[in-house]
Design a protein. Structure first.
Lengths: 386, 473
């Protein structure tokens, strides 16, 4: 194809005019609320299906669920209320965990359930009106408190070794299997103290998924889930939340724990170490933005319309192996049109506006934004709320 | 047919002048000599001019009566024949296709999920792939059959259900395929999430639609059976026949008194035609009603109970698998399973209770008795599936509860129960099909016979009465 300069000029001119027109349209649509014009125009694509502002009536949206999402939800709630004064959020001081979020949203006790795990087929059969709508990409960090190992050293671990530790087969940090993964690192003869979460945790679902994906024996013996029958390991501790995991680990010599990515800065501040995890390609990665985005990229085209997919231990060469979508669990059948509109407007705002996205990078969140095709699917799901 | 009246039909010595012309009226001579005094007064009012008018009125009345009866009787024969034929050739096969489609879909899902649970890593082997493929092919074939039949029936509800399965089936198989693909690539967790997608699609979209289609086809079967043996039209036909017959006999008697001829051949022909066709119709109806009654009472009714028991059992097994495969949230289908168990029975008012009461002795009864026995065994084996605590029960033990095939396991006992139910369904279907076929043949030829009878009645009445009328010209 030969393009002459007139053609190129025409394309450039048309594109520029289209962009200007698009910005104008969005500005007009969001212009109803003073002080929001600039922020709300920053979306990745034009939206003509979903409301971008809530209804005028005062409303309280109730939320509960994942402790990992709690910090982000709290920030969003404050920002959204600041932007739209008639919408306030009711969020619990101590979130009940992902299973509680799914359960309470399914039974209509709350409007938004926050969950690290997607809805199971069982959940959907019992509550077929429920949707799981991704809000962002999260990861899970394996943290530890091992003396004489500097935080910058990053002990390398994989699913098989972690499974052996959680089965009680490896009990000391200088075990040969751990040393084999960390040549050159001087590991102390220190007893490993295991932490795991109380039943109904989305973090447990993610962590045991990784163990099951990398260790077939663990899969067959213990499986994966938000509640499992943990192997009985003397001295292991049970914690109620991510915060408790960090706090206990900080005060427990030899501790090993799994925590949501949002708590990585807290863990670092508490001088806890952050492990590099082996992925399916044999590379050891840290849960940082590029490795999380790389892990998700492989699954973009495979993600089904209901956005239920496990991305654990994916094939991306430089991908971090424990990544997941963080979900809002909502019912597509709302009690009235006002609540339906307000939920749609909030979810659209949370996923698509720069105001909301800027909170993803906060120290106590550390999420990655959704890839555009995944956000498109999320919009399709949001549009089903009635 | 217009020759001289046969002298042998005369009741007594004629008073007509001899020699009588061939077409001379036979009635004007002293009818009063044989009549009672009050009759004498009334018939005198008819007089010589009144008799032809009365004959004409009678002629018109009998022709109209014969036509009305003929139309109603032909309609009755046609509707019963058509309904009986529809029961045997359409409604029953479609009801069976709907039940089989549900069974195939449910079995496909249980096969795929159980295989995945048993072999999450090497799911690519998909040991029972042939069973799964056969189930999907059978479900697709039954769907095509139902769609083809559904095209002739305008029902928004049926169309919606058929469209849901048509759209959902490829989505379901696509999820299973992706589950297999990711598992074979050693990403069992991603494969597992696609199995969950597939299972949700099956339980939320496909099975409810299939169940609703079965309910509609079952209702259509009952409706067609009721129409084949329903009373209103046949009662109307027989009442009309009695009325027309009464008029024919009264006319015959009146003509006998007026003409001294004992028999009017035309009216006799009409009466005989009416009597034969009505008797035929009554016998056909009684025969069909008896056949259908037997077929429905000892075939369709227990068949439906067993089919519903099979659907409930499939659902119950689905709950077992869902309880185990739902890793991302706490779910329990114990109460759903208990509801299914209560519905299946055995016991008074349960599905197996109905089947036990209605299935005749023989292969069907043997199968139902075996189903009663094996249902109890299945309930016993399944109790553990719904009572395990994920916090204290090793996952491997949980998996075995659903995937183990050893005698006495939930899967083995379910398979036995399902085999019993299928055997019972086959036996009951044979009872129904045989009786329905017999019932539908009872109406063979009746419609034509009724039309011929009607023509004979119209012709006979016209011929018989016009000959008398001609005598007045």
């Amino acid at each position: 194809v030969v393009l002459n300069y007139r053609t190129v000029l025409a394309i450039v001119a048309t594109s520029t005019m289209t962009l200007i027109a698009g910005c104008g349209t969005m500005a007009a649509r969001d212009g109803g609320t003073a002080g929001t014009l600039t922020e709300n125009t920053s979306v990745d694509w034009p939206n003509d299906r979903l409301p971008t502002t809530p209804a005028a009536a005062k409303i309280v949206l109730k939320e509960d669920g994942s402790t990992l999402l709690a910090s982000l939800i709290g920030k969003w709630a404050a920002a959204y209320h600041q932007q739209f004064g008639n919408v306030t959020f009711s969020v619990p001081a101590k979130p009940g965990g992902s299973s509680a979020g799914i359960s309470e949203a399914s039974t209509g006790q709350i409007d938004i359930g926050a969950s690290d795990a997607f809805l199971s087929s069982g959940n959907l059969v019992q509550y077929p009106n429920m949707l799981n709508i991704p809000l962002g990409i999260a990861g899970q960090e394996i943290t530890y408190n091992v003396r004489d190992v500097p935080a910058s050293a990053h002990i390398q671990l994989n699913g098989q070794v972690l499974a052996a530790i959680y089965e009680g087969k490896i009990t000391s940090w200088n075990d040969s299997q751990i040393k084999a993964l960390n040549p050159g690192l001087n590991l102390p003869s220190e007893k490993i103290v295991l932490l795991h979460r109380a039943p109904g945790s989305g973090d447990t679902f993610l962590f045991t998924s990784y163990l099951a994906a990398q260790d077939p024996d663990w899969y067959k013996s213990y499986g994966f889930g938000s509640t499992i029958d943990w192997p009985a390991v003397p001295g292991s501790l049970v914690e109620a939340s991510n915060g408790d995991m960090v706090d206990t680990c900080q005060t427990t010599a030899g501790c090993l724990a799994y925590i949501g990515i949002s708590y990585s800065q807290t863990a670092a501040a508490d001088q806890l170490g952050e492990a590099k995890l082996e992925n399916a390609s044999g590379n050891f990665e840290l849960p940082i933005g590029p490795s999380m985005q790389a892990a998700v990229a492989y699954f973009i085209s495979a993600t089904p319309g209901n956005e239920t997919i496990s991305m654990i231990n994916g094939p991306a060469k430089n991908g971090y192996p424990i990544v997941n979508y963080e979900y809002a669990i909502v019912s597509k059948k709302q009690p009235n049109a006002v609540k339906a509109r307000d939920l749609k407007a909030f979810l659209y705002w949370a996923i698509n506006t720069s105001t909301a996205k800027k909170f993803l990078a906060d120290d106590d969140v550390q999420f990655q934004p959704l890839p555009v095709p995944i956000a498109r699917l999320a919009d399709d799901q949001i549009a089903r709320i009635r | 047919m217009t020759g001289p009246a046969p002298t042998t039909s005369y009741a007594g010595p004629s008073t007509a002048p001899a020699p009588a012309p061939a077409r001379a009226p036979a009635t004007p001579v002293s009818p009063v000599s044989h009549a009672a005094p009050h009759r004498r007064v009334r018939l005198s009012l008819i007089g010589a001019r009144g008799t032809p008018a009365a004959l004409q009125t009678l002629l018109v009345g009998l022709i109209i009566g014969s036509l009305v009866w003929g139309v109603v009787a032909a309609l009755t024969a046609s509707q019963h024949s058509s309904a009986a034929g529809e029961v045997a050739s359409t409604s029953e096969p479609l009801s069976l296709a709907a039940q089989q489609m549900y069974q195939s879909l449910s079995e496909a899902d249980v096969t795929a999920t159980s295989d995945f649970l048993a072999n999450p890593g090497p799911f690519s082997a998909f040991n029972n792939r042939q069973i799964y493929d056969a189930d999907i092919a059978n479900a697709a074939a039954d769907l095509a059959k139902l769609r083809s039949a559904g095209a002739a029936v305008s029902s928004a509800r049926l169309d919606r259900d058929l469209a849901a399965i048509s759209a959902g089936l490829p989505v379901y198989t696509g999820y299973v395929q992706r589950a297999q693909t990711y598992s074979s690539l050693h990403y069992p967790l991603t494969g597992g999430s696609f199995i969950e997608d597939a299972s949700a699609e099956m339980h939320v979209v496909l099975l409810p639609a299939a169940s609703d289609i079965y309910a509609q086809e079952s209702t259509a079967l009952n409706s067609a059976s009721a129409q084949a043996t329903g009373l209103p039209l046949i009662v109307i036909s027989i009442l009309l026949a009695l009325a027309v017959g009464y008029v024919l006999i009264r006319s015959q008697r009146w003509l006998t008194r007026r003409t001294h001829r004992r028999i009017n051949p035309g009216l006799l022909l009409a009466t005989v035609a009416l009597a034969i066709s009505t008797t035929w119709m009554a016998i056909a109806f009684v025969s069909a009603r008896s056949d259908f009654g037997e077929g429905i009472g000892h075939g369709a009714r227990p068949l439906e109970a067993l089919a519903q028991a099979s659907i409930a059992a499939q659902g119950g097994q689905g709950f077992e698998v869902l309880s185990l495969i739902s890793n991302s949230g706490s779910t329990s289908f114990g109460s759903d399973f208990a509801d299914a168990k209560k519905g299946i029975g055995p016991g008074s008012g349960s599905l197996l209770g109905t089947a036990t009461a209605d299935t005749p002795a023989g292969a069907g009864a043997d199968a139902v008795n075996a189903a009663v026995r094996d249902a109890q065994a299945w309930y016993g084996a399944s109790a553990a599936v719904f009572s395990f605590n994920p916090e204290t029960t090793p996952y491997s033990d949980e998996t075995k509860l659903v995937t183990a095939t050893a005698p006495g396991s939930a899967q083995a006992t379910f398979t036995k129960l399902e085999d019993d139910l299928r055997a019972g369904i086959r036996a009951d279907q044979a009872v129904f099909t045989t009786n329905a076929a017999s019932g539908s043949t009872a109406f063979d030829g009746l419609e034509i016979a009724v039309i011929i009878a009607m023509l004979a009645m119209v012709g006979g009445s016209a011929w018989g009465l016009s000959r008398r009328l001609a005598e007045y010209r």
